[in-house]
Design a protein around this ligand. Sequence first.
Ligand SMILES: C[S@@+](CC[C@H](N)C(=O)[O-])C[C@H]1O[C@@H](n2cnc3c(N)ncnc32)[C@H](O)[C@@H]1O
Length: 249
Amino acid sequence: MTDPVSRWRERAGGAVLLDGFHALKHALRFGAEVPVAVTTDRRATLALAGELAPDLTRALDALLTEVSLTTYASLVPRPHPTGVAALAERPSREGHLRTLARLPRTAPVVVLDEPRNLGNAGAVIRLAAGFGATGVVTTGTLDPWHSTVVRGGAGLHFATAVERLAVDELPPGPLFALDPEGEDIRGVKLPDDALLAFGSERSGLSAGLRARADQLLALPMRPQVSSYNLATSVAMTLYHWSTGAHTAP
Ligand SMILES: C[S@@+](CC[C@H](N)C(=O)[O-])C[C@H]1O[C@@H](n2cnc3c(N)ncnc32)[C@H](O)[C@@H]1O
């Protein structure tokens, strides 16, 4: 059997880096397969687990290997203040595609149309996980499993189905696209099988996405403000879905 550091070096290329205690905690809670985890201070990490994640203390005790600060820094490009890191297997794309396509759906799929900002994508995945969304689909060139996105998502990629697809491959379901020129969202009850689409930070919704949309919806915004940040728009929309509310016009 290889030692944990060699195992890390062998697997690092194809695996998902879980950077920090919270990322590892969330990934384990949502069923990630974690073949190797390292810490610069086992005792401190297990004490932190006792405080913040007693449900995982036993699993972490079995999983964590203590390494020197130098070894840790050689494994992780941007060492996290908690001194904990792990590698997880990336979930199968086929499994995700089945999850995304399955109807009836009990919670929406969030679609980010050609997002640019890795931090925004991570924040959206964290939101989707919190609201129990079915998944987060991105179109365009951004890799939603990029290590910076995983870091921004705090390990919550494992709590929802995250994949990149082309607009013509989007899962079935009515598509509500968010745009300041749309109809006021407060008058619309969002169904559980909805696709909720959001445009890119720079240029909003693409022509392809607009063509696939069943309805454009606007978040209330005072005149002279041009738009909200992408992740905050997703937050408001998922919150609106979660309340099941609409106000008759
Ligand atoms: C930063 S905004 C895009 C701004 C971009 N300059 C534009 O021309 O649309 C990113 C995305 O957030 C959503 N968004 C922002 N403000 C919104 C609002 N008031 N109503 C609906 N969607 C909004 C839209 O999906 C938008 O494409």
